[in-house]
Design a binder for this molecule. Sequence first.
Ligand code: GTP
Ligand code: MG
Length: 369
Amino acid sequence: PEAITIQELANRMAERAVDVIKLLMKQGQMLKINDVIDADTAELIAEEMGHTVKRVSEADVEEGLFATEDEAGTLKARPPVVTIMGHVDHGKTSLLDAIRKSKVVTGEAGGITQHIGAYQVDQDGQKITFIDTPGHAAFSQMRARGAKSTDIVILVVAADDGVMPQTKEAIAHAKAAEAPIIVAINKIDKPGADPNRVRTELLSEELVVESMGGDIIDVEVSALNGTNLDKLLEMILLQSEVLELQANPDRTAEGVVIEAQLDRGRGPVATVLVQKGTLKPGDILVAGSEWGRVRAMLDENGEQVKEAGPSKPVEVLGFQGTPAAGDMVAVVENEARAREITDYRQRQIREKASVVASAARGSLEQMMM
Ligand code: GTP
Ligand code: MG
């Protein structure tokens, strides 16, 4: 059931909290300003103080935000979103670098990925969106998020190291997200490389590759030498053909925040993966409890883009505050609507926090008795 703190109720009625407390006291309830009352009690109080009550539910506020289903005729093919996962140092970023022919690894602190990178590459005229994730044990949340918005998972396993804890974790995330897995057995150039050992170890994780009678595709690669990268890309495109990935590009955009941070010069910067519709500069969008007007959109090379359709990752500038990674993004019709939704969500967050706080106080009081 919905609940509200006395302070919040007073604020919404533009009354003094102390008057609300007095009224409750008359009814035999001894409460303090940060205590929570249920919606029915709040309604009674409000009416008694001469206010008309209009209950706003989550459904009212967010109606239509993610509700619209696209009709079959509006759907068009979209590029696959491919997330690279695996144990730390098994070569995820290097593999992506080799595919993009870029040099991301050399710019990373200690060669360790600490955030999600998102890029789109062009393979024979077909686009593939890649999301790089960190393998370090500390970034489990990020991997879970990465898997959630993905169509395909590339599981990178170093041939000289085999299946390790975060390999297993990545498999679990992929399975939870019901994303098909393609195994990239990396570092086959290394003297100690033993691809068959990797295949055997994967059996214990219930991943049976084709050569062992299963249906999981594996490709032996070397990110260092660029071996078999074309084959890997081919397998990705094959898999994505099977999935028949589609979205409606001709509607207001929806997507998900892949990562976000507060940049000193540019303000809040969010990497948004567009999932439906087309995002354009000037669009007003809501992400979690933050909103903004798209001031600029940049691709992975820092180039301005004028529009971003389904499966396109872009850096979005123009948010008022920094949204959280994993937040769903939706374009809304105007600023007033954006404020209505985010005000409501921020209030929800505050109320939840105060429910938790007063629950903690309650149990503390019990302990003291
Ligand atoms: P995290 O993001 O920290 O989880 O690491 P990562 O999986 O992205 O690994 P990264 O690409 O940073 O590579 C780790 C190390 O392995 C680097 O020193 C790479 O040069 C090396 N490496 C990556 N791929 C290969 C390969 O195919 N062969 C050899 N010999 N070394 C490789
Ligand atoms: Mg990396």
